[in-house]
Design a protein. Structure first.
Length: 465
């Protein structure tokens, strides 16, 4: 019922959010991941709209869910047999209120418009939290680099960039890596951009060290996530020392999460890929991590090989008939989901809680379903949502942009120190914002509100654009 204080034409914050959510679903059909990401942010914004009616009267929610620009294009290329292949390319330029669009490129067969819109939407708030001046964007293709030769990957990247280059630039839109896009792909993309535009600029981040890349960028998302987890534990006067940790995935984020966990004296015991899970009760030490890195980054092999090499480890193949992921059913203290979206369902969350997990720090983007997120919040465990916990990657991309603009490169120690301080600042912002809005300890609210306010105020300052 509308309160007596509210004129009939003005909706309550709850009704306003509900009506925008209805329109988001109607205008963006068949994009469940996008709806999910918007819903999660909107839930937190109830608390903000009650204090700030100006966001409602200026239709800020309707504006912030509408991408500034969506690009979708054909990517034709020849495979090694001379056959014609066609993929679809995308770039979502979501919001540039606080800086040039910034966000990764994902090459994975599951990529579609809705997934990239969810990622671009998340990126807006994440980039805002980093303290650096970066807007939000995301892009990619349904191209699958798995099983392709280097030459095929190169031809695909060149074709992809031939179209993308007309839309991006060091002051406009600066893509980076994500799933399926690592150093190799960034190299091919950068080479083609440079050739077509005849300019050497910092148009991509995650570049090679010899040609404009930043030290610590490959490590940054994983390191940053562990720095964030450390801050969460510190708020409870605890440390990572001796904690048993589950890490999903075995790509970029997972590898450097494990490396930093070892630095902090924790014991990582699990990794995975799309074919299955490795559980190693003895712990993944530095030698075993080196094996994983060689297997994944050089040989481009499958994680099951780990169990052939290290006999005490158990391999559990992916079973689509199973109603849960066995990785999240191992007894542990902390969980670091670092593979992909919605990899922790309600059932997985129940298993994690049952097995005594007291901390979840999200390296992947939106790895927990809305139900799982709610269960973590209700259980009042330490829960670091992706847009805060994994912001170290894009923050270090921002540091790469700063070094490129200054035509300088900083030392490993300097970049790592800045990354560490940024993660401390993000945690502090989330922690204090959660308290200020009456939900102490709820870092989901802290991250959503903290990220939103800066972007929303910039949008108001800049008029109706
Ligand atoms: P990588 O491609 O390096 O690694 C991805 C890992 O996750 C692989 O082990 C992959 O297994 C697994 N994986 C991917 N998709 C699925 C799936 N549908 N089901 C099961 N396993 C899957 O990617 P990143 O490490 O860069 O990215 C991982 C996550 O972190 C993503 O959510 C990404 O958006 C997020 N992220 C990454 C950042 C970065 O800087 N790279 C920054 C912030 C967030 P397989 O090889 O079998 O596909």
């Amino acid at each position: 019922m509308t309160s007596v204080m509210t004129p009939p034409s003005v909706k309550t914050p709850a009704d306003y959010i509900e009506s925008v959510m209805v329109s988001v679903k109607a205008k963006n059909p068949a994009e469940p991941e996008f709806h999910q990401a918007v819903q999660e942010v909107f839930e937190s914004l109830r608390l903000v709209l009650a204090k700030h009616p100006e966001y409602q009267s200026s239709k800020l929610l309707e504006r912030i869910v509408e991408p500034e620009r969506v690009l979708m294009f054909r990517v034709p290329w020849f495979d090694d047999q001379g056959n014609i292949q066609i993929n679809r390319g995308f770039r979502i330029e979501m919001n540039s209120a606080i800086g040039p669009y910034k966000g990764g490129l994902r090459f994975h067969p599951s990529v579609n418009l809705g997934i990239l819109k969810f990622l671009a939407f998340e990126q807006v708030f994440k980039n805002s939290l980093t303290t650096l001046p970066m807007g939000g964007g995301k892009g990619g293709s349904d191209f699958d680099p798995k099983g392709k030769s280097d030459n095929e990957v190169m031809r695909f990247c060149q074709s992809f960039m031939t179209e993308l280059q007309r839309h991006i630039g060091p002051d406009t839109d600066v893509p980076a890596g994500d799933i399926g896009v690592g150093g190799r792909e960034i190299g091919y993309l950068f080479g083609q951009y440079k050739r077509l535009r005849n300019e050497f600029t910092g148009v991509l981040t995650g570049k090679g060290l010899g040609w404009g890349g930043s030290l610590i960028r490959p490590e940054a998302t994983g390191y940053g996530c562990v720095y964030f987890a450390n801050e969460m534990l510190k708020s409870k006067k605890q440390t990572l020392e001796g904690k048993i940790c589950l890490v999903s995935g075995s790509g970029n984020v997972s590898q450097y999460t494990i490396e930093k966990l070892l630095d902090f004296g924790a014991k990582p015991v699990a990794v995975s890929d799309s074919n299955g899970v490795i559980y190693d009760p003895d712990g993944i030490d530095r030698d075993k991590l080196a094996f994983v890195m060689e297997l994944k980054n050089v040989k481009r092999g499958r994680i099951r090989d780990y169990a052939d090499k290290f006999k005490k480890a158990i391999f559990m193949p992916t079973d689509v008939k199973l109603d849960h992921n066995p990785l999240w059913n191992v007894k542990a203290d902390c969980a670091f989901p670092s593979a992909t979206q919605n990899e922790i369902t309600a059932k997985d969350a129940a298993n994690l809680l049952k097995n005594g997990v007291k901390l979840v720090a999200e390296g992947a983007n939106m790895p927990s379903t809305l139900e799982a997120t709610k269960m973590f919040l209700d259980a009042k465990i330490l829960y670091g949502p992706a847009k805060a916990a994994n912001a170290g990657g894009v923050a270090t991309s921002g540091l790469e942009m700063a070094q490129n603009s200054a035509r300088l490169s900083w030392t490993r120690e300097e970049v790592d120190d800045r990354l560490h301080k940024i993660m401390i600042a993000i945690h502090q912002n989330c922690y204090e914002t959660a308290e200020k809005y009456g939900t102490p300890g709820n870092l989901v609210n802290g991250a959503n509100i903290g990220g939103f306010l800066k972007v929303a105020n910039a949008m108001l300052d800049q008029g109706l654009v």
